[in-house]
Write a protein that binds this ligand. Sequence first.
Ligand SMILES: Cc1cc2nc3c(=O)[nH]c(=O)nc-3n(C[C@H](O)[C@H](O)[C@H](O)COP(=O)(O)OP(=O)(O)OC[C@H]3O[C@@H](n4cnc5c(N)ncnc54)[C@H](O)[C@@H]3O)c2cc1C
Length: 403
Amino acid sequence: MKILRTHSADEFINWSGSLRFIPGWQVWPATEEAVCIYVRDAAVRSRKIRVVGSGHSSSALVQTPDILMSMRDHRGLIDYDLQASQATIGAGTVLHDLGPVLHDIGLSMQNLGDVDTQTIAGVISTGTHGSGRKLQNISATLVGVRLVTGAGEVVEWSAEEHADLIDAARVSMGLLGIFTALRLQLEPTFRLRRREYSARTDDCLTHLDELADAHRNFDFYWYPRRDEVKLRTLNPPEEPPPALPFARCIKDEEGFSHEIIARERELKFEELEYFVPAAAGPACFREVRRRILEHHRRHVGWRVLYRLIASDPGFLSPVHGRDSVAISVHQNASLPYQDYFDDIESILRAHDGRPHWGKKHSLQGCALASLYPRWTDFMKLRRELDPHGVFLTEAMARLVGEE
Ligand SMILES: Cc1cc2nc3c(=O)[nH]c(=O)nc-3n(C[C@H](O)[C@H](O)[C@H](O)COP(=O)(O)OP(=O)(O)OC[C@H]3O[C@@H](n4cnc5c(N)ncnc54)[C@H](O)[C@@H]3O)c2cc1C
């Protein structure tokens, strides 16, 4: 079997189209051994490797002048334990394919984000999240990893034996190594009822706390042009729906969790998203709303998304140590977004926000370090695991202040 597969590369273009570059080589190793060979070779030749999942991130996480590696041949279910509701999954597995495979063995992921087209390694690596006051981001379900370090060695960690290392690995953007397999804490298969409502913005804000408490998953979209909201809720189907006298139900459907949480997105957009402490969420949103109504409504029709995420211990998780509200603004991918994002970003930062690693933001180095209590621990581990800086491209070095 040919285990090293390479071709000199075409241009890489991310999902939204705003990140483009031509890597030296694109490689898709067939085996873990081949991943190690590529990494050792890159270390000797001072080349940089970045791993790409589905290419949905729009920050420069996967940009590299040298080797762009895909783990597309490391997909699928590796093993599982029904009693513990855990499964080990190939790092390149796409969530949309994973749902039915887990369903067939009676398991399912606790939550998903808005879409399921990303890879499992990609969502873990950037802290991808859905919404629900008691629900954590997907990386919080990581209980074990196999990883190829920057020295080209395979290490295997579990949450039981290496709690700190797993907490570092949760949201690590490919800086500690290349995941080949991930073990996740799952749940027995479950169904959800999805209801969506339209409502006046002020009514939604008045009842925000009750809404967050009453529903397993809750978020809302605010539409600047109409100044109205769409509430999205997901609950166990057997539970009677909470009364929402101020809202009009516009959608009511039911299905297994993997069929009903994520949606399809065809229209391409750019996005800026920050996580602010949960208590600051409503005031921060009110300020964003005011600023958009006053300055941006003519140019921006795209909605603003308000989501809730429970805290987790990931060293670089944007919700590290604090329950959070994620506020994101969008712009059509074919329209200018920078001035709009810069203006809104200043509000989100003023509320002690931390940016989503995979979306547009302007923070680097010290500005990021000061937001994360375990930053120094993460960077120390990064240097130990990647002594030659194989994964530290210029863009990543600037991002984490390790130039
Ligand atoms: C339409 C759309 C909807 C989205 N919805 C949400 C949402 O609801 N919630 C949310 O939080 N985010 C959301 N995102 C952001 C998205 O989930 C993240 O950008 C995610 O990281 C993308 O996964 P990916 O597989 O495309 O990874 P990529 O973008 O290709 O890579 C992301 C990171 O993972 C690293 N990586 C990938 N594979 C490996 C590996 N094997 N080992 C080590 N590192 C690896 C990469 O190096 C990079 O640092 C959305 C993005 C889009 C385009």
